[in-house]
Design a protein around this ligand. Structure first.
Ligand code: CDP
Length: 570
């Protein structure tokens, strides 16, 4: 197995089964056997004569070859009593004490099992409105979000991973202005990502410089009007300051809602890539593009035959996950099995471009994104249709937007996940993001500083006789290759890092993947610290124009505890 020491450490710390003393009782190899066997077992439900062992072996080889990995909860929980295998959930939040605290309880159960939850708070009556039963005054969505946040803090997912939440408020909710700035104190509501739910009507008003109405969700009465451009500028200003809120385009999520009769999509999962109906869950999985390259005449090219085979096996795998999954609530079980959404995506995209010698921020890079994702989407749908012939279409097929086409097993097939942990396990760049840094300092015990270098860059520099510790130190100090002397231009052009990629190229890349993705794309548009609010506004507008389903931006240095840092040896 090609797993690095770093990846092994992550798996050992968080994914292996442990005894009461905290000692692992399985090896990394056992883990992959456990997952492969548990997921393959679903085949027997459709064909008593199915060769489950053969399927298990294909799943095992696909995972240990690092060709594909399912989302973390599947790795942690498959074949174990808890058996909760999905990363993404959306829970409804109704406008009553019972419904609000039911949602908090349900979220705690989901977090305990390693899943993340998204909520729309748009149905809650605004702050200051009357509470009929007591004659008191309502606290409003933001104060309840703080309760959700505190509950998440307390659960901490039993030590495996912290609970993550998405909080969404429609732009026409009367409390929207408070919501936009509710995370400006960066120590508040830390277990939430927040996004403003934007409507087409609002975007049109932004374009025309007009105003729009605020509506009380409890009474459906108009409570006031706001100038759309001013609100847009407030969102931009807050995002410039802290990275939040993001925006999601609600009408686009619903335009692509395959089962509109089940209601509106109001929210996504925590990282924004998976729009879901209330009580719906989705399991994700990502194909590692780096292991789908082959050498041809001394160049790396995409191995489309291998990729096609992996896509088919991955769709089969993810559909089986739904079959054996133990959902935390009966409502979630019913909803999720009726649409059978899966989210197949890719990781290691930037690394793939490095091997191919294609800059991320180029038309060729964007064309590669389209080519890869079109294949994943097309073959993914074909395989889901093939599964439907044996297993039947998803139960809501006849009322779905697919009803006039071929029966299909899964109401959605593709999603681009962040792959925060999966990419570490696979040892590749995360999701479809550019490489963040090519060299960085790692503090090890007794205060030694080790320079970690991107292996693809190291190999290229070695092959051209250019590699030296001193050169790497310069890359660490500058955070990028762009202005380091002694590196040839052709290498600089290809080995671009997230901060060398202008925000416009980040958005173009996101839009290219979105064009071939049923669900959404997890992507952060990185800005340098010196970026202006106008530049942020330009990106939001471009994301809208290019058909993205939402945007998240981050300006370097704008939050205290930044996860990834460039530059300075510390
Ligand atoms: O790589 P991994 O499978 O661990 O997860 P990811 O691709 O980084 O994130 C996929 C989804 O998992 C997120 O959008 C969340 O829904 C969920 N997640 C979570 O609940 N808690 C975390 N700490 C990380 C991810």
């Amino acid at each position: 197995m090609a797993i690095s020491e770093n990846a092994r450490a992550v798996l050992e710390k968080r994914y292996l089964i442990r005894d009461e003393k905290g000692e692992p009782t399985e090896t990394v190899d056992d883990l992959f056997h456990r997952v492969a066997n548990a997921i393959a077992a679903a085949d027997a439900a459709f064909d008593p004569k199915a060769d489950v062992a053969a399927t298990a072996s294909r799943f095992y080889n696909m995972m240990t070859g690092l060709d594909f990995l399912p989302n973390s909860p599947t790795l942690m929980n498959a074949g174990r009593p808890l058996g909760q295998l999905s990363a993404c959930f959306v829970l409804p939040v109704g406008d009553s004490m019972e419904e609000i605290f039911d949602a908090i309880k349900n979220a705690a159960l989901i977090h305990k099992s390693g899943g993340g939850t998204g909520f729309s708070f748009s149905r809650l009556r605004p702050r200051g409105s009357t509470v009929n039963s007591t004659g008191g005054v309502a606290s409003g969505p933001i104060s309840f979000m703080k309760v959700f946040n505190a509950a998440t803090e307390a659960v901490k997912q039993g030590g495996t991973r912290r609970g993550a939440n998405m909080g969404i408020l429609r732009v026409d909710h009367p409390d929207i202005l408070d919501f936009i700035t509710c995370k400006n104190d960066t120590k508040e509501i830390t277990n939430f990502n927040i996004s403003v739910g934007i409507t087409e009507k609002f975007m049109q008003a932004v374009e025309n410089g007009g105003s729009y109405e605020l509506v009380d969700p409890a009474t459906h009465k108009v409570t006031g009007t706001l100038n759309a451009r001013e609100v847009f500028e407030k969102i931009v200003s807050s995002a410039w300051q802290t990275g939040e809120p993001g925006i999601i385009f609600l009408d686009r999520l619903n335009r692509d809602n395959p089962c509109p009769q089940q209601g509106e999509i109001e929210s996504t999962n925590p990282c924004g890539e998976q729009p879901l109906l209330p009580y719906e869950a989705c399991n994700l999985g990502s194909i590692n593009l780096v292991t789908h390259l082959k050498e041809e005449d001394g160049r790396w090219v995409l191995d489309k035959d291998k990729l096609t085979a992996t896509i088919r096996t991955a769709v089969h795998f993810l559909d089986n996950v739904i079959e054996v999954n133990k959902y935390p609530l009966p409502e979630i079980d019913a909803m999720t099995r009726s649409t059978r959404k899966i989210g197949l995506g890719v990781m290691g995209f930037a690394d793939m471009l490095l091997y191919m010698g294609i800059p991320y921020n180029s038309d060729q890079g964007v064309a590669m994104a389209r080519e890869v994702m079109e294949l994943v989407n097309t073959i993914g749908h074909e395989e889901s249709q093939a599964l439907a012939q044996v297993r039947g279409a998803f139960p809501l097929f006849d009322e779905s937007t697919y009803r006039n086409g071929k029966p299909i097993r899964n109401a959605t097939v593709t999603t681009i996940a962040p792959t925060g942990t999966l990419s570490i396990i696979a040892g590749v760049s995360s999701g479809v993001e550019p490489v963040f840094a090519y060299a960085y300092i790692r503090n090890v015990m007794d205060n030694t500083h080790l320079i970690e270098t991107n292996q693809i860059l190291k190999n290229v520099l070695l092959s051209r006789g250019l590699y030296s510790e001193e050169l790497m130190r310069k890359i660490v100090e500058q955070g990028s290759l762009a202005h380091v002397d002694g590196i040839p231009e052709d290498i600089k052009r290809v080995f671009v890092c997230a901060h060398d990629v202008s925000p416009i190229w980040h958005v173009k890349m996101q839009a290219a993947f979105q064009a071939y993705t049923d669900n959404a794309v997890s992507k952060t548009v990185n800005f340098p610290n010196s970026a202006t609010k106008e530049e942020v506004a330009e990106v939001y507008t471009l994301a809208y124009k290019l058909g993205c389903k939402g945007t998240t931006i981050y300006r370097d240095g704008s939050r205290d505890e930044q996860v990834l840092n460039i530059g300075k040896v510390n």
